[in-house]
Design a protein around this ligand. Structure first.
Ligand code: GDP
Length: 485
């Protein structure tokens, strides 16, 4: 039975249960209000009313402090003058991209959560290859740094050795001669760089550090990890996060569905592919095969692992034995399964498609296999390539079951958006040695925070970060990482 539809219910659906603001022009961003039920099964997670209210409050602040406002001009002038001021009405977190699109989306969502928790306004440094991938997320304003912003050479300034980075400032005693607890805002530089790249995630998650960081009106954040998880382990944010995300497992799911709306160009690619190849299927299985260039796994080893995983977990339709009698459809319609393969290489798709061309399935159902693109190699510097990558992350997120490759942030974003727990193809101990088991079902929808801090503040020396709270665990695919569930 279809649930009775009413205008109120439809509106609630369209706005993802209050997550999205209704205040946008629909044509400027067609993906935002596209009826979710056309593309995905309903999410099992609902945003809390408190999260919705906090987002509306955030949007109001962004409108008041964002680019083009007098408060923004004032803040930019102070930045240009090189001096920090006592806490001003508007404070900013400027996100700058690093690594591939999956890494970028995880870091951007984390930076947004940080802005939400610390009452900052999120701005995005968008180089040409990133520009135009997403719609503006905040109504009546922009998140893009305007032309003429005083900091231009992001790649040159924001490196590991930059004297503007918080941990280097601390090391050099630049923060009030090392007495960083009693530091006054006026003595600080005009901005601070928060370097949260991979193994450096331990630089900023102490409450004493957060108190100093809060005094900088401008902050630049560069990261390639889902560092949002770390805030859930800090006592200072625990209460607020529990109200924002009563279901911790859905934190990224809600953040991503709020923040990331593919631009009309990208949405065009997504819609066309969906209509042609996925919409008519009874079931959609997404298979993401990522072979990292630094860890090349031979095709046969990886293909074998996918098949073992499928066999073990009953994922892809089973092929009938040659001598099996043809099943009769009983007059009913045969089930159609669409398998969506995403990979930089076409080989997995070709082999799997070949199998279903040459064989009947055990159930008699039909199987169609599709792959949208196969660019061969990663080209994060090219906008067209990133558009295809984003389209494929979305298409994967429309699938009912998702199989992802260990360690890949591309896969994390897809299953996070979908709100489903993926089957994760585990990393083999060595390129030629098969992984055992081939895959495991993830405990949670949340992405893994890879390269977790070695130790959290206040925790006993040597204590295991994966055991600090009842709601974190080490990741199945990256043992040093942790994730919420
Ligand atoms: P990760 O390296 O797997 O963690 O994921 P990232 O998204 O950060 O970086 C990988 C990049 O390689 C992607 O952003 C794409 O540019 C490209 N890429 C990897 N796998 C695929 C794929 O299946 N489809 C497409 N279109 N691009 C991919």
């Amino acid at each position: 039975d279809k649930p009775a539809s009413s205008p109120r219910r439809d509106q609630d659906d369209r706005l993802l249960g209050g997550l999205l603001s209704p205040a946008f022009d629909e044509q400027s961003c067609r993906s935002r209000y596209a009826s979710p039920s056309l593309y995905r099964r309903p999410s099992r997670f609902r945003p809390s009313p408190y999260l919705a209210a906090r987002l509306r409050r955030y949007e109001a602040r962004h409108r008041r402090c964002g680019p083009g406002t007098p408060l923004f001009e004032e803040a930019v002038e102070r930045l240009r003058s090189g001096r920090n001021a006592a806490r001003s009405e508007c404070q900013y977190a400027v996100w700058t991209p690093f690594n591939g699109l999956g890494n970028r989306m995880l870091a951007l969502a984390s930076t947004f959560l940080y802005a939400l928790l610390t009452d900052r306004v999120l701005l995005v440094h968008a180089p040409q290859e990133f520009d135009g991938l997403f719609c503006e997320p905040f109504p009546g304003s922009s998140w893009t740094l305007p032309a003429g912003f005083p900091i231009a050479d992001f790649d040159g300034i924001f490196t590991m050795l930059s004297p503007t980075s918080y941990k280097n400032m601390k090391k050099a005693g630049a923060i009030n001669g090392g007495d960083h607890v009693n530091v006054t805002a006026e003595t600080l530089p005009a901005y601070v760089f928060l370097d949260l790249i991979q193994s450096y995630t331990d630089a900023a998650f102490c409450e004493a550090d957060q108190r100093v960081l809060a005094k900088f009106n401008w902050m630049v954040v560069k990261s390639d990890v889902y560092f949002a998880t770390a805030f859930f382990l800090m006592p200072a944010y625990r209460r607020e996060l529990a109200r924002l995300f009563p279901e911790k497992e859905a934190a990224f799911h809600h953040l991503a569905r709020y923040l990331f709306h593919p631009s009309n160009d990208v949405w065009g690619i997504i819609r066309q592919f969906h209509e042609a190849y996925l919409a008519g299927a009874d079931e959609r299985v997404g298979l993401q095969v990522r072979v990292f260039p630094e860890l090349p796994v031979p095709f046969e080893t990886m293909y074998g692992q996918i098949m073992r995983c499928s066999e073990q977990e009953g994922l892809l339709p089973k092929v009938a034995r040659q001598d099996a009698a043809a099943p009769s459809p009983d007059g009913g319609k045969m089930k159609l399964t669409s398998i969506l393969v995403t990979s930089l290489s076409p080989e997995y798709y070709e082999r799997i498609r070949g199998v279903y061309h040459a064989n009947r399935t055990e159930s008699g159902g039909y199987v169609a296999v599709h792959q949208p693109s196969h660019d061969g190699a990663q080209h994060t510097e090219a906008r067209g390539h990133n558009q295809r990558a984003l389209a494929e992350i979305y298409l994967l997120s429309f699938c009912d079951r998702i199989v992802t490759t260990a360690v890949s942030t591309f896969g994390y974003v897809a299953h996070g958006l979908a709100g489903v727990r993926p089957w994760v193809l585990l990393r083999a101990p060595a390129p030629e040695t098969p992984a055992e088991p081939a895959c495991v079902r993830s405990l949670t929808v949340e992405p893994c925070m890879q390269a977790a801090p070695r130790q959290m503040c206040g925790a006993a020396k040597g204590s295991d970060i994966g055991a600090l709270a009842s709601y974190v665990r080490h990741c199945e695919d990256v043992h040093g990482g942790v994730k919420l569930f």
